[in-house]
Ligand binder design. Structure first.
Ligand SMILES: Cc1ncc(COP(=O)(O)O)c(C=O)c1O
Length: 393
């Protein structure tokens, strides 16, 4: 096997994976790895989940993988209703990735803001540490100079505010010029930083006051990852637009935007589209995923695993001086280190544990939401060994 023909935008390690089962990946040499990346928060139900297998088989039996949005199909309509039922009254748009969901949010927000407030109401306010995707709009709202600079100019009109600092938001949200404020209720790539629920309430008030749409990007933190179905729930705040993707269709590419009725009312045929969005196969699988992760007993299980992980990580922080802080919620965790995360990621892999980083010095843990407790413990032990092998003990 050779990677020669792949465009060099990724730099994976040599290991070649050939099978997955539960929280485990198996390489072509037979070696098994406990996967605490879960496909970067995608494989919420682990590999080879029976719910997903059944949904794929049911869809294949109909012969409909794709029809396009020229025609109606049942799974997308049903999934949209089910998403509205677990979020807030509104309408759903389906796309194929997180970045596409973000771009759609920006377009829908602009459409509404301009209709309400005039042609200049196009700006986006984003937060320091944010990550919303790699397309020209979402990248413009992503606080990663290294990702942005080679591709500038990006979408103009983005202003920046600081997390948990309402004054910094007040200073840049302009009733005449701002269309939307976009925030991850738990920042992912920026270092696993949960936002204070009170701050989300302040954002809601500022947006209401200035006629600005509030967008929650729950692409990474949504759909059960935090132990709540959505991370924003604990704030009691409802956004105008909610972006979802990653785990939604169990590893098949799918994004979704839930838009509140006032936004939905300003969008009509031709305003936005994508060929694959909401196809029968992805929507059938997403219905199975949503049904599973929205179940109260399943979410209780996530919280139980989260408490167990808390204990394990607290032990690591005690034993290893390299750990500067523990961050995150549910099964979305970050170990902020006093040193670079990359060597720990490599040392963990050498010990059969897959983790990734979130920024230069945070080790990110995103195990499947249904991981058995003993495998969670095993992962923590291996992470401890990796910390010990890369520096202090
Ligand atoms: C919070 C958040 N928004 C958007 C994205 C972009 O999603 P995608 O990679 O599917 O385009 C990501 C991906 O990591 C993300 O974590």
């Amino acid at each position: 096997m050779s990677r020669d023909a792949l465009l060099g935008v990724y730099a994976p390690p040599e290991t070649l994976f050939v099978k997955g089962q539960g929280a485990w990946l198996e390489a072509d040499d037979g070696r098994r790895y406990l996967d605490f990346t879960a496909g970067i928060a995608v494989n919420a139900l682990g590999y080879d989940a029976p719910e997903i297998r059944r949904a794929v088989e049911a869809c294949l039996a109909t012969g409909l993988i794709h029809t396009s949005n020229l025609f109606r199909t049942e799974p997308a309509e049903a999934l949209a209703r089910e998403l509205v039922a677990v979020t807030f009254p509104g309408k759903v748009y389906f796309c194929n990735s997180g970045a596409e969901a973000g771009e759609a949010c920006f377009k829908f927000a602009r459409r509404w803001a301009r209709a309400e407030g005039g042609p200049d109401k196009v700006g986006i306010v984003a937060f320091r540490g944010s990550f919303h995707g790699r397309l020209f709009g979402t990248l413009a709202a992503t606080d990663r100079p290294r990702y942005r600079e080679p591709f500038e100019p990006l979408m103009p009109g983005v202003a920046w505010a600081e997390l948990d600092d309402p004054g910094s938001v007040e200073a840049v949200v302009d009733a005449e010029r701002t269309a939307a404020v976009v925030i991850e209720p738990v920042q992912g790539e920026g270092g696993i930083r949960p936002v204070d629920p009170g701050f989300l309430r302040e954002l809601r008030a500022i947006c209401d006051d200035r006629g600005v749409a509030l967008i929650f990007d729950e692409i990474q933190c949504g759909l059960g990852r935090t132990g709540d179905l959505f991370a924003y729930e604990s704030s009691g705040v409802t956004p105008d637009l909610l972006a979802l993707a990653k785990p939604l269709a169990g590893g098949l590419p799918m994004g979704a935007v839930v838009g509140a009725p006032h936004l939905a009312a300003t969008v009509g045929p031709g305003d936005h589209a994508t060929t694959f969005g909401g196809g029968p196969m992805v929507a059938t699988v997403a219905r199975a995923v949503l049904k599973t992760v929205a179940d109260t007993a399943f979410l209780e299980g996530v919280r139980e695993r989260s408490a167990r992980l808390d204990e394990g990580l607290a032990g690591l922080a005690e034993d290893h001086d390299a750990v500067a802080a523990l961050r995150g919620r549910g099964l979305m965790r970050g170990l902020a280190l006093h040193r670079p995360a990359a060597p720990v990621v490599t040392a963990a892999r050498e010990r059969g544990l897959l983790v990734c980083s979130a920024g230069p010095d945070v080790v990110r843990l995103l195990p499947p939401l249904n991981i058995p407790l003993d495998e969670l413990d095993l992962g923590v032990r291996r992470l401890g060994e990796a910390l010990a092998a890369t520096g202090d003990a």
